[in-house]
Design a protein around this ligand. Structure first.
Ligand code: IPD
Ligand code: CA
Ligand code: CA
Length: 267
């Protein structure tokens, strides 16, 4: 595979840096974004700096889009690295397990490769277009557990952190929760996608993600045989929400909870 050795190794190095820094993080090392509920630590920034420098040296002609340092100049390249240095920062800050480093490579706006490394779980997910998906070098594939009523799904509430009092995820959480075996809120969208990819959950949906939350995880899920759409069964994700699943039957069941979905005005 063209990118695997370098990309998987870089995700590992970045994740190990974040893991080493985790125990020494103090409140002075944490700052807030739009609100006090949305934080960024010095580890997020250091990890993205490591990743961005390594990618710029190895692939100087590729574009870059990172959560913490933004977008490189548009040089017209079809290739773009889309990076979330720590996905699940709130979990990371609390010393929890579900956080990861996520490095996606997209070409002409579609997934080409992805690496997601969860250091606390010792799980490194990798995929490259047409080459399949793996975790720690072992092939992974989505796994169906039947209809929604016998499926475990996951979601997130970025919309609540963003203050969506109207059109947020709570009603969908309730309705889907009433019709499935279980709903999980892992705290990392990239891991949500990887868990569907390896068959540890059956579907994932969310309303207010950013491209860097899903760029790598979507590449991994697609190579693992999964489906990724927006909440209208289109390709306008994450703007019109995201729905990821282990196959068309469950995907259709879940889409029925989002009839005529449209992102709330002004959001
Ligand atoms: C967050 C996680 C979370 C999702 C939020 C994201 P961050 O990423 O992916 O699961 O619900 O929307 O912002 O902020 O920790 O990088
Ligand atoms: Ca994120
Ligand atoms: Ca992040």
């Amino acid at each position: 595979m063209k990118y695997q050795q370098f990309l998987a190794d870089l995700a590992y190095k970045a994740g190990q840096l974040a893991l080493r820094m985790q125990q020494d993080i103090t409140d002075d090392d944490v700052s807030t974004k739009e609100t006090a509920r949305d934080i960024v630590t010095i580890a997020d920034k250091a990890t993205e700096k490591l990743i961005r420098q390594a990618l710029a040296e190895r692939y100087p002609d590729y574009r870059f889009y990172g959560e913490e340092t933004g977008k490189s100049d548009d040089n017209g390249s079809p290739y773009c690295w889309i990076v979330d240095p720590i996905d699940g920062t709130a979990s990371y800050r609390e010393g929890q397990l579900f956080w990861c480093t996520s490095i996606g490579l997209w070409k002409d706006g579609t997934p080409l490769a992805g690496a997601v490394y969860a250091p606390a779980l010792d799980e490194l997910y990798y995929a490259e277009l047409g080459e399949g998906a793996t975790v720690n070098g072992k092939p992974i594939h989505v796994k169906s557990h039947g209809k929604l009523e016998t499926s475990v799904v996951s979601t997130g509430f970025a919309c609540l952190r963003a203050g969506w009092t109207i059109g947020n995820n709570v009603p969908y959480f309730e309705q889907i929760g009433l019709h499935c075996r279980g709903v999980r809120r892992f705290g990392s969208a990239a891991m949500d996608l990887c868990y569907v990819a390896c068959g540890k959950s059956d579907a994932f949906w969310e309303l207010n993600l950013q491209p860097y939350d899903l760029a790598a995880g979507a590449a991994i899920l697609l190579e693992a045989g999964g489906i990724v759409t927006d909440l209208r069964n289109g390709n306008d994700f994450p703007k019109q929400g995201i729905l990821a699943s282990n196959g068309p039957a469950l995907h259709q069941e879940l889409l029925e909870f989002f009839p005529n979905y449209s992102r709330p005005a002004g959001r």
